[in-house]
Design a binder for this molecule. Sequence first.
Ligand code: MN
Length: 233
Amino acid sequence: MTEDLVAANRILVNEGVLDAYGHVSLRHPANPDRYLMGRNLAPALVTAADIVEYDLDSEPVGAPAGFGHFFERFIHGEIYRARLDVNAVVHSHSPAVIPFSVTERPMRPLYHMSSFLYPGVPVFEIRDTGGMTDMLIGSRELGRALANTLGDNNVALMRGHGNVVVASTLPMAVFRAVYTEVNARLQAQALALGGPVNFLAPEESEKAMRVLENIHLRAWEIWKRTALKDAAR
Ligand code: MN
């Protein structure tokens, strides 16, 4: 479980979703009112010893003195509070999604691998709740507003900042975070070619999503093996 969370951090770095910033968390398998996440550290450096338990107010529980904690951890606590079906959350500055957070172009599923973008990818406008902020989700109030914008969707963009991706399992959250970034890149390319873009129909998205349930662990296996091999070096 801890090994999977360490692997998730490294996979998301390897796949270009996380850089020195961003975080991935897992709801505590034994206590739904807690979640697990690395301490304030670049994701590529996270080891099992850096995993901290948080309550849903995003207060650390039993963390060693001297551990720093992510300023934006409220994203995770408030999504777990609002979404009982969610057991893993990724927050990143996934670069290709940023243009879709600052323009009128909604992100939509361009191909089967990103069918989970159906039914929609809402954009969180921090000004609506926080006015002129430093753009960071640094309070429970802002975390709650973001969770509210996410609603029942799998992905929400954060205007001028990044995104949040959720799933019922850690491997699926990682899969979705990776293919959200890929879809954004491909959608920008399709739009640049010009003319109307033929997106997946809602019915196609629903059917393709059921396939992803069956095939996403193939990606997890190879990503995890590569990530932990890199870590051992
Ligand atoms: Mn951030």
